[in-house]
Design a protein around this ligand. Structure first.
Ligand code: 3PG
Length: 209
């Protein structure tokens, strides 16, 4: 977990992407990397996830590639086989937590309540995805949670945009930000790499403020 958390401190932003078409992977990854993004989360939201991870594994991009929307052990296993360096889930799944710990791979389960924080914490996990962030209370939730759970850090994801990013970045219990806003599906479909680069550059500027 250390390597993941340490790198997150520096790079902070995790674009969350569902790959609709495999030929977009190379230009997308090159665009993100050139813009200064270090992480890329490929979600298991469609059948392309494993193939996308395989392509990334064979291409030696200088990025930390992870797998998101991991909901089953089979997905976790497959993602690791195809080179995923971290796993993310939308919710709390004890089986996956134990599996990831055994395989020594950083795993960030999702939470949206004190109950799920307690469950994750009882498994020794203190870096959590806050999902779906905006609709679950956004920065107000994070501020309220900080008192009782001062040692827990969150990666808010879900509804983060260039417009509200600065509000999240300011919070001391935010360890990173995930979101599709960094590489929106529509722009990927349109091969609009310049626009994606611009969004990432703007986001990095906000994080560095
Ligand atoms: C995820 O899978 O982590 C989220 O769906 C990303 O949410 P966003 O599209 O609102 O950024």
């Amino acid at each position: 977990m250390n390597y993941f958390s340490e790198t997150l401190k520096k790079y902070f932003l995790i674009p969350v992407v569902s790959i609709e078409s495999l030929d977009k992977i190379a230009p997308l990854t090159q665009t993100l990397q050139a813009a200064g993004i270090k992480f890329l989360e490929i979600t298991y939201r469609n059948k392309n996830a494993s193939e996308a991870l395989k392509i990334l594994q064979n291409n030696n991009f200088n990025m930390i590639i992870g797998a998101g929307t991991i909901r089953t052990l089979a997905q976790a296993e497959e993602a690791i086989k195809y080179g995923a360096k971290f796993l993310v889930s939308p919710g709390f799944n004890k089986e996956i937590i134990h599996f990831a710990a055994k395989r020594n791979i950083p795993f960030v389960p999702g939470v949206d309540s004190t109950l799920s924080i307690e469950l994750a914490n009882s498994e020794g996990i203190s870096l959590l995805k806050f999902f779906p962030a905006e609709i679950s209370g956004g920065i107000k939730w994070l501020k309220s949670i900080k008192g009782p759970y001062h040692e827990i850090k969150f990666i808010p994801t879900g509804g983060i945009t260039l417009e509200n990013l600065d509000l999240y970045v300011k919070l001391t219990n935010v360890a990173g930000i995930g979101g599709s806003f960094l590489a929106p599906k529509r722009l990927i479909l349109e091969d609009n790499w310049d626009e994606i680069a611009l969004i990432c550059t703007k986001a990095i500027k906000i994080v560095e403020l």
